[in-house]
Design a protein around this ligand. Sequence first.
Ligand code: FMN
Length: 327
Amino acid sequence: MSETVCPTPVSLLLAPMQGLCDPVMRDLLTRIGGYDGCVSEFVRITHTVHGRAAWLRHVPELAHANRTPAGTPCAVQLLGSDPDMMAQNACEAVRFGAEHIDLNFGCPAPTVNKHQGGAVLLKEPERIHGIVRSVRQALPAHIVLTAKMRLGYENTDLALDNAAAIAAGGASLLTVHARTKVQGYTPPADWLWLRRIREHVNIPVAANGDVFTLDDYRAIRETSGCTHIMLGRGAVMRPDLARQIRRFEQKQAADAAVFGDEVLQWIRDFVELCVQHEPQGKYAAARLKQWLGMMKHAYPEAQTLFERIRKQSDTDAIRRTLANAVF
Ligand SMILES: Cc1cc2nc3c(=O)[nH]c(=O)nc-3n(C[C@H](O)[C@H](O)[C@H](O)COP(=O)(O)O)c2cc1C
C-alpha cells in the first residue's frame, strides 16, 4: 500500500467506507493529499465471479493503473467467506488491474454477518486463516495482500488469534479497527489493543479508530506504537487531516484549513466530480448533504451551508449557492 515514496517513516492510509468514501470522495481526498494509499469500498463476494464491468464500477481506479487521479494507489477490498470464491475473485480483480487486495474481516452489517461475511468470521480464526491462505496461494507473488479486522465480535478473547491467523495466512499488513463488532462505533476505540496486536504478530499493523484530529494522531501513534495509521471518518470530516499530519511529520506548521476559500473550493470541486461521476439524478446533492453533515463536526460553518442547500436537489441551484457562499 505504501509503494509511493514516503518522506517520513509514517504511512497514512485512507479507510474503506461503504457509501461514504466512494471513488469521488477518494479522488477528492487524495488530491488534497497526504495519503500513501487508499482502499476501495468492499466488494461482496458470494457465489459468482465478478466480471470486468463490475470490477470497474466498484473500483474505477483499476482502469487508471490502479490509482486515484492524484496518483495514490488504491487497494481492492473483498468481503466474503468462501475461500475458493474469494481466491477466484481476487485473481479476476488482478486480471483487470488490481495490484493490491485487501480482505474485510470487520464489517458489522447484520445482512453481511448473516451470510457469514465480515466481523462474524472473527469468531472462527481457523476460517479466517483458510480464507487468507487461499487468496494468498492463488495470487501472483507480486500482488500485495492485506487484511482488516476488528478486535472481535462480542469480545476481544480471540483478537490475538485472529491477528495471528491473518499473518500466518500470508497477509503482509493488518489494519485493526480497535473495537469489537458489538461496540459498533461507540467511542473510545481501544488503542492499547493495537499495541498488543502489533507486538504479537510479525507483520506491520495499521492502527485505526477515532483519529479525528492531529492530536488524536499523535496519541494513537504513541499508544499503539504503530507507524501505519488508517484514517476513516476523520478524513471526511477534516479533508486536510492527512495533509496536516504529513506536515507535522515533516516538522512544518500543520496549517489546518479554516472554513474559507480553500474548503469552499474543495466543496465546489466535489460537486463537479459528483456530476462527472453521475450526471443524472440527485447523486451530487445527496453526496454533498452527506458530506456537510459530517463536516459540521469539524466546522460549524458546514452546518450553516447545509441549511442553505438542505431543500435543494437541483445541481445548478446548489452551484449558485456555493458560488455565492462567503465565510
Ligand atoms: C460509513 C462507513 C462505511 C464503512 N465501510 C467499510 C468498508 O467497506 N470496509 C471496511 O473495512 N471498513 C468499513 N468501515 C470502517 C472504517 O474503515 C473504519 O474502520 C472505521 O470507521 C473506524 O475508523 P474511524 O474512526 O477513523 O472512522 C466503514 C465505516 C463507516 C463509518
